[in-house]
Ligand binder design. Structure first.
Ligand code: KIV
Ligand code: ZN
Length: 534
């Protein structure tokens, strides 16, 4: 093994580090849906979770290992602290995967050693070596991370890495855990490692970084120039605090500027060979799926996948783009899977046309999912004349969303207007199958609906985010509602799409309440083990 691969390895941690951001909690089926899409996107490694953290995390890793970790599929990875029980849980959960990796870590910065681990450098050195060797006894592919590497004493970092590689680590990952470094500093750290770790040629150098100063992507690109060959990133850059380095930004930077990066990977400057294995046309769809399922909205001006990323507002820009796209566009929107094919289906389209278009869009639905989505499509087509690809995506994402089906919205009725007090009546089907109806007055129709729902569900919570976005233009557009609510210190998200935004608002809210309700039910189970998230 050598760190001189001639391409960049994409390690996706959306399901592990990405899922750690407040409210992004996904259930097992949702994680599986995302993992399948990540495989279609072409990521090399999926960090599917932290198997020891809870039985739910264990099951998610194991299910993804079984279903997505096939012969030609990505490597499936589980995180594990440098602790035997963690490593054993990771190895067990990963058993069904054809290609599996254990990613074990321990902090190396003095500040972590003194205040968090309360261990000496000598102890950390011994633990790192011993636990990498232990992970190696289960599988050949082992990654080691010295947590907070970017703030660690370089000499100590070199020693730890050397010992970890000698013990069998095939990838050494350099985390900027707190998002502190600048690009030239991060590049220098990688250069220092290559120059000072004698056996570094036996491992791939990986980088992991958080975006506290908005520098994660820039840091990674500098790391690539200095010899890093694996990038740990997440879809839409979600993750702890300000998030992780964003996969779509890294991949498109390496794609659009490949002539700049080629020489750093030992390729001729003019080579057109992609630098990663990513199918860039799957980027937009993956971004929407992750945003819908996690409830983490993508800001409109977000690079690559934001709603405005390819929009030209100024007259001068519009004029230029009409004459020649290259005047103001450095990449074609089709490259990330945005199609010009706006109007595709309508009320008279049959199941076959529906299935075919979904297939073209890359959705592989089971018969049950397809049937459910087709019923929704017909309902929408009754209200909306032309159904675009974006509408189809909203319908399918909504249908395959796997929030636990505990409470269900049966009826929503509102009365409001300039001279009326906003009043709502809702009927919900409870988990026991009972239909309960209640009504409330609010400051507006959505507030009235939420108050009526709260009277039925009766779990105190605070609404902290409410957003409506229209999927396409036009008065009959589908509205997507994303909400986040807080219960004690936990945040839960909900998402729904409907041509009626009041109905979508009710469904999104019930969706989030269902997640909260099922978390409360799980808390009551004594066997639930909870490990600290990292
Ligand atoms: O940010 C970090 O340091 C991590 C490690 C577990 C790799 O997430
Ligand atoms: Zn991290």
């Amino acid at each position: 093994m050598t760190n001189k691969t001639d391409r960049i390895i994409i390690f996706d941690t959306t399901l592990r580090d990405g899922e750690q951001c407040p409210g992004a909690t996904l259930n097992i089926d949702e994680k599986l849906v995302i993992a399948k899409q990540l495989a279609r996107l072409g990521v090399d490694i999926i960090e599917a979770g932290f198997a020891f953290a809870s039985p739910g995390d264990f099951e998610a890793v194991s299910k993804i290992a079984k279903i997505v970790g096939t012969e030609n599929g990505p490597v499936i990875c589980s995180l594990a602290r440098a602790i035997k029980a963690d490593i054993e849980a990771a190895a067990e959960a990963l058993k069904p995967a054809v290609n599996a990796r254990i990613h074990t870590f321990i902090s190396t910065s003095d500040i972590h050693l003194e205040y968090q681990l309360r261990k000496s450098r000598a102890e950390v050195l011994a633990i790192a070596e011993e636990m990498v060797a232990y992970a190696k006894s289960f599988m050949t592919d082992v990654e080691f991370s010295p947590m907070d590497a970017a703030r660690s004493d370089p000499e100590f970092l070199y020693q730890v890495l050397e010992r970890a590689i000698a013990a069998g680590a095939t990838t050494v990952n350099i985390p900027d855990t707190v998002g502190y470094t600048t690009p030239s500093e991060f590049g220098a750290i990688i250069k220092g490692i290559i120059e000072n770790v004698p056996n570094i040629d036996q491992a791939i150098i990986s980088v992991h970084g958080h975006n506290d100063l908005g520098l994660a992507v820039a840091n990674f690109l500098e790391a690539v120039k200095n010899g890093a060959r694996q990038l740990e990133c997440t879809i839409n850059g979600i993750g702890e605090r300000a998030g992780n380095a964003s996969l779509e930004e890294l991949v498109m930077a390496l794609h659009v500027r490949r002539q700049y990066f080629n020489p750093y990977l030992g390729r001729p400057e003019e080579s057109q060979e992609p630098l990663t294995n990513i199918d860039t046309r799957q980027i937009y769809k993956t971004s929407r799926l992750v945003s819908n399922l996690t409830g983490m909205l993508v800001q409109p001006n977000k690079a690559i996948v934001g709603a405005n990323a390819f929009a030209h507002e100024s007259g001068i820009h519009q004029d230029g783009v009409l004459k020649n796209k290259l005047t103001y566009e450095i990449m074609d929107a089709q490259l990330i899977g945005l199609t010009d094919n706006q109007i595709v289906l309508g009320k008279h389209s049959g199941r076959n046309a529906f299935r075919t278009r979904l297939k073209e869009l890359g959705f592989e639905l089971s018969d049950t999912e397809l049937n459910k989505a087709f019923v929704r499509f017909k309902e929408v087509a009754d209200k909306k004349k032309d159904i675009s690809d974006w509408d189809l995506e909203a319908i399918v994402n909504d249908e395959i969303q796997q929030a636990p089906d505990l409470f269900r919205v049966e009826l929503v009725q509102v009365s409001c207007g300039s001279n009326a007090r906003p009043t709502a009546t809702v009927t919900l089907r409870t988990p026991d199958g009972e239909e309960l109806t209640d009504a409330a007055i609010g400051t507006g129709p959505v507030d009235a609906v939420y108050k009526a729902i709260n009277r039925v569900v009766n779990v105190p919570n605070e609404l902290i985010e409410f957003s409506v976005q229209s999927v396409t233009g036009g008065i009959d557009a589908i509205g997507e509602v994303t909400i986040r609510l807080r219960y004690e210190s936990k945040v839960f998200s909900g998402h729904a799409a409907n041509t009626d935004i009041i109905v979508a608002s009710a469904q999104a809210y019930v969706n989030a309440l269902n997640r909260l309700y099922s978390a409360l039910q799980r808390q009551e189970k004594p066997e639930e083990v909870s490990a600290q998230k990292v």
